[in-house]
Design a protein around this ligand. Sequence first.
Ligand code: AMP
Ligand code: GLY
Length: 428
Amino acid sequence: MVKVLVIGSGGREHAMVRKLAQDQKRSGRSLELFAAPGNPGIEALATCVAIGAEDVQGLLHFAKSEGIDLTVVGPEAPLAMGIVDLFEAEGLRIFGPNQKAAQIEASKAFTRNIAELAGVPSPAYRVFTDHDEALLYLHSLAGPWVIKADGLAAGKGVTVTDDLLEAETALAQIMKDKAFGEAGNQVVIEEFLQGEEISVLALVDESGFQLFPAIQDHKQVGEGDTGPNTGGMGTFSPVPVATKGVMDKVRDEIFGRMTRQLKAQGISYRGVLFAGLMIKEEQPYLIEFNVRFGDPETQVGLELLETDLLLAMEAVLDDRISEVSLDFSSDAAVCVVLAAGGYPGSYHKGDPITGLDELSGAYALHAGTAKNPAGQMVTNGGRVLGVVARGATLDEARAQAYHAIEGINFKGKIYRRDIGARHRGVIS
Ligand code: AMP
Ligand code: GLY
């Protein structure tokens, strides 16, 4: 019996727990699954314990007292807080990068600097600690302008705009008003890149890395990529722009160069490294690195992953990932997010959700749900559910997902009807 603890409470963590539960049926290896804090969807597959993802001492205490064999970290915050260092110092196995390596997500300036030394194709950039100097530089550039708070800002620290006033305001909010606290001690101003964005996840250890297929996220809340940015309204794979030629460059010029540079700087990396890339004329450029599985990229990536997830993560912990092949289905998969009306602004919580038990041809991963005192499933977040389906083609996967979505209802349900549709006619 292997005891596995997954830290986190969103759709990404539900996808991980689901994959672990499914793999054990195939492998015959018996797992006991825990999640902290988990969510009502995860509850059906794992024991949920009421410890927050950022209560690293509480998590350590639980892992020790329960005899957890492997802990898997979902979100970035505990990684940036050094949960991996803490667990490893106590002799516990934990999947994710250590605190030093987690800086790759926690500081954009740190990462731009390493990527530059590595020769990773990137936009031109400059880092500022002084508002007036930053403003002067901003005025020397032609728009559109890209302004980023250096640190973690819950996805809100980046402004991309062709309105100079908006750019100036963003800069002042970050550096003068400290809208993101210490995350705004430094600011990165960088060249605007036009192109198509893809997400590439990789399992990385000291021996090398293995890539997932490219996944595309739809970040804006409205159909046709309109309205404000969100945490992600839906994902799909395969992505037509990620040709073999592009993916060869992603392997060699992005991940190959970056992992070599990390080693040269004495930063040991074990876990998921997730690259947000802009593809422009068949050339990938680095937008950002994250140090964890993406959400909702994971929902699609794990649907297509055929390799046993636990075995793959154990390989990373033992520095054997270069000897393991990650196998993926040649099917297409899609994840459509159902959100609460108003998201990403303010939205209502506590609305009953119906139809979850009658899904066919697709399944729902919980992101922002709760059970009310009457035991009813209700909405409890901006992104409520992610509906995942697969098919031989993207159109088939889309048809399955959208058919299932018709049967799931809650007050104010919003979703994009064009997830994976950007390339209709190109695929299939
Ligand atoms: P980040 O948090 O760094 O991924 O930035 C959030 C979003 O802003 C990205 O997903 C891109 O859509 C956009 N973005 C960031 N940097 C750039 C850039 N240099 N050029 C164009 N768009 C960008
Ligand atoms: N979907 C983007 C992220 O997980 O950061």
